[in-house]
Design a protein around this ligand. Structure first.
Ligand code: TXA
Ligand code: MG
Length: 340
């Protein structure tokens, strides 16, 4: 790491010279490079220890840049971009020849997003190239939503850092692909299924969003098949529509005599139920924006408690709940129990 200033021009120079920059977006921090420079993009994969078959999202600052990276865009795709850009929304499009093969892992599609965060926008504009950027974290760890969480693990792996404070949203963008007359959600995010249904009538959630993927399966979004967000501590996700049943199931698990040190990640309103245990407050169950804002920092705290088990309270799968549960089920490596 060479410097840490809020200087967009210097950061853009690093991008133009083929370096990599840690920068904020409205969702999570990203590690960015010139998307049109294979050697620069390669550095991102090395910095993160990222699998070679997991493509990167290309970030653009205006619609002219879109023409540099994608082609044969349909009316429906334009309608979606028009509704949700700039913002936490990524759309998989037909790739234009010439876009760095490394960024797209040699595929014929490209994920594109126009962020709304001003620093991200200005950095792309000043660099005058689309910026390929995955979430800022070592692969497998929770994405970074504030610099303190990721500074130590990434400071020596990037050429420049921009500190933008805590990110607004806290979970990564919604990723969609248009297939026929239907929009498929490959990764849920702040833009929900319900939001997209206001624009397009057929919206489907890919089965891999909550399902477990076998190692041989071909998937629409490669990122979904890797171990993700998981602390070293064994985590278990528990949910029931019936509040009393959820509380009882969690207390039964926590009371297990073999477990000496249990940690519970609970909503603010439920903390009193678990007075005998160490708890992390994940935010109010009536304010899922707060939960999504805090979730990755909460997951990063788990290992500090040296618990034998961390139990996490779940939530319904509608609205923003789907996006949060998609991250939590991965943090728990699919150890999820829904009590009917
Ligand atoms: O909010 C975000 O999207 C953040 C910020 C930095 O913009 N970025 C981010 O990138 O989360 P990353 O690399 O951590 O996740 C990108 C996801 C992965 O699941 C990847 O497989 C998928 O998008 N993806 C990217 N390009 C794709 C493509 N051409 N086809 C299918 N999935 C793609
Ligand atoms: Mg990521």
């Amino acid at each position: 790491m060479n410097s840490m200033l809020l200087n967009i021009k210097d950061a853009a120079d690093v991008i133009k010279e083929g370096g990599i920059v840690l920068f904020p977006t409205e969702t999570v921090y990203g590690i960015g490079a010139n998307a049109l420079n294979d050697d620069a993009v390669k550095k991102i994969f090395i910095a993160k220890g990222r699998a070679q078959d997991n493509p990167l999202i290309l970030h653009i600052s205006d619609m002219e840049m879109l023409d540099q990276v994608a082609e044969n865009i349909s009316e429906m795709e334009y309608k979606l971009m028009d509704a949700f850009w700039p913002g936490p929304f990524t759309i998989i499009l037909n790739k234009k020849p010439g876009v760095a093969n490394i960024a797209t892992c040699g595929g014929d599609t490209v994920g594109v997003r126009m962020p709304s965060n001003k620093i991200a926008h200005d950095l792309i504009k000043e660099s005058r190239v689309p910026i390929a950027a995955p979430s800022a974290n070592i692969s497998g760890k929770p994405s970074g939503t504030k610099l303190e969480d990721i500074f130590d693990e990434l400071k020596d792996r990037v050429d420049y850092i921009i500190n933008g404070g805590e990110t607004d949203i806290g979970i990564e963008s919604t990723v969609v692909r248009v297939i026929g007359d239907e929009v498929k959600i490959l990764r849920p995010g702040k833009i929900t299924k319900e939001d997209i249904e206001q624009i397009i009538s057929h919206v489907e959630i890919d089965k891999n969003v909550m399902g477990e993927i076998s190692s041989t399966e071909k998937v629409l979004s490669p990122g979904m098949k890797y171990r993700h967000y998981a602390p070293k501590t064994h985590c278990k996700l528990v949910y029931s529509k019936d509040y009393e049943k959820m509380k009882k199931a969690i207390l039964d698990l926590a009371n297990d005599k073999d477990k000496k040190n249990v940690l519970i990640l609970a909503y603010t309103e439920d903390l009193d139920n678990y007075n005998d245990y160490q708890c992390i407050d994940i935010g109010s169950k009536y304010n899922l924006d707060e939960v999504s804002h805090k979730i990755f920092s909460s997951l990063r705290m788990i290992d500090d408690y040296k618990a034998d088990l961390a139990i996490i309270e779940g939530m319904p799968l509608d609205g923003l709940g789907l996006a949060i549960m998609n991250r939590l089920i991965r943090a728990c490596e699919h150890d999820y129990e829904e009590i009917k």
